[in-house]
Design a protein around this ligand. Structure first.
Ligand code: HEM
Length: 456
């Protein structure tokens, strides 16, 4: 099978898998068709349950007790529940709209000051998304003075970038577990070092936050989590610890920041490369918002073209091209292939999204293909699932959607975009666990709203 690669090097349990017959492995055409659409039973598929024990990753945070790499079912369930009921619920996301708005308006103000000069879009979006996520987690207060906040931001950016780079490097110990103790490429060591730096940053923030919890402020995510510590309601046997707390914060910062900002950067680059798409998005915004107003998040559900841009950029450049590795908790059968319990499974969503038997002109950026509203992000159709599928589907979809839409809408509504003279757009990709643009998008903003006060 092209798109589903099961690596069998490390079958953890001794359960003997049933060996598939040749006819089970291949159809007469040599390529088993992917069933489509994939029904909801996939949610019960054991393939959806676990993550493999990848050494650098699993040790990146006290043995992998975060959502992404968590292997224990109870622990994962608790973390996921805490995340979806609180950080990712529509209610919480609505409550912290002011924080998103403040950060995005700050970026637009900054870009206005840079009008006519070059701007590194990825860098600006990274800072914006990171500020949104961090302020959503620990509110607008509690992280000290402005300078301390800026210092923490710079440190965060560095640690997140280094961590995503390391996560993308093939680690020999993952393929030959016997080599783990030698850490031949030094990846585990570096990961541990980064995890310590993360912990230090989080400890500073948590410490400052603890000093000011006196019930006077409105609750943010961090305050809720700290109140939960040691007491986990219906899952009382597995208390929610400080390690969980730090790990959840790390999931949100690492999972949310780089991926979301890369996707916004790619979307703007693709639109600049095909200016008619940029024009269409701007026209839609003019009709709904007008040039005499600024975009608000409440406008987002009236922007079908921009939504189609998001879907198309996630089809062409899925932020996690192989998802996050899966690992079946029991031997199972997928499209005629036997996947043994404990195997590592990488799902090549990047290739599926470019499969010419599914997509017309698959290499072309064409948001129009999504205008019929047929495709969504819920992972039930295995021809399009940029946020993954099943129980381990992305835990931040709602937030990612809001952040992406609001950021891109603000960028293209407020400015026209051009390249520096003599430069050409390079749309090539850099592969890792996170897919990035190989060359940063450096572009020049030109204000297009009717009144300079709209940039204040
Ligand atoms: C454009 C933005 C994003 C994309 C494309 C994306 C995509 C994904 C994908 C493909 C997975 C793996 C799913 C699987 O293995 O089947 C994943 C997992 C995850 N994502 Fe996202 N993500 C995005 C933004 C976010 C944000 C903003 C957050 C948090 C604030 C987040 C938190 C997580 C977590 C915690 C997991 C692990 C879920 C689990 O293992 O149970 N993601 N994401």
């Amino acid at each position: 099978m092209d798109s589903l690669i099961a690596s069998h090097q490390k079958v953890e349990q001794q359960e003997k898998p049933t060996t598939p017959t040749r006819s089970q492995r291949l159809t007469p055409g040599g390529k088993p068709p992917l069933p489509r659409p994939r029904p909801a039973h996939v949610l019960r598929d054991p393939l959806a349950n676990l993550r493999p024990d990848l050494h650098a990753k699993a040790r990146s945070h006290d043995g992998g007790s975060d959502i992404v790499w968590s292997r224990g079912r109870t622990e994962w369930r608790i973390l996921r529940k805490v995340s979806s009921r609180n950080a990712q619920s529509n209610n919480t996301l609505d409550t912290v709209y002011d924080l998103r708005r403040r950060e995005i308006r700050g970026t637009i103000r900054y870009l206005y000051r840079r009008a006519g000069s070059t701007v590194d879009i990825g860098e600006q979006m990274f800072l914006t998304v990171m500020n949104v996520i961090t302020s959503m987690m620990w509110g607008g207060t509690g992280t000290g003075t402005g300078t301390e906040r800026a210092g923490l931001g710079a440190e965060f950016k560095q640690v997140v970038s280094e961590m995503t780079n390391l996560l993308g490097m093939p680690n020999l110990s993952d393929f030959y577990p016997g080599l783990e103790r030698f850490d031949m490429q030094g990846i585990q060591g570096k990961m541990k070092g980064l995890a310590k730096r993360f912990d230090k940053i989080f400890d500073t923030i948590i410490e400052q936050r603890l000093k000011i919890i006196d019930g006077k402020e409105s609750k943010d995510f961090l305050q809720f989590l700290m109140e939960m510590k040691g007491n986990n309601g219906d899952d009382a046997k597995t208390p929610f610890t400080m390690t969980h707390l730090r790990a959840l914060l790390m999931d949100m910062v690492v999972g949310g920041t780089d991926i979301t900002s890369n996707t916004v950067e790619y979307a703007l680059a693709e639109m600049m490369n095909k200016p008619e798409t940029l024009k269409k998005a701007q026209q839609e915004l003019e009709t709904i918002v007008g040039k005499d107003n600024i975009v608000e998040e409440s406008d987002m559900n009236k922007l079908p073209y921009l939504h189609a841009v998001m879907k198309e950029v996630l089809r062409l450049h899925p932020a996690l091209p192989l998802l996050v590795p899966h690992c079946p908790s029991a031997t199972c059968n997928v499209a005629g292939y036997t996947i043994p319990k404990g195997a590592r499974v990488f799902v090549n969503v990047w290739a599926i999204h470019r499969d010419p038997t599914i997509w017309e002109k698959p290499l072309e950026f064409c948001p129009e293909r999504f205008l019929d509203g047929k495709w969504d992000y819920n992972g039930n159709d295995f021809n399009y699932f940029p946020f993954g599928s099943g129980r381990r589907i992305c835990a931040g979809t709602a937030m990612a959607e809001r952040m992406f839409m609001f950021s891109l809408a603000s960028l293209v509504h407020s400015f026209d975009w051009s390249l520096p003279v003599g430069e050409t757009l390079d749309l090539s990709e850099k592969f890792g666990i996170v897919l990035k643009k190989k060359m940063p998008l450096i572009a020049i903003p030109t204000p297009r709203l009717s009144n300079p006060s709209l940039y204040d």
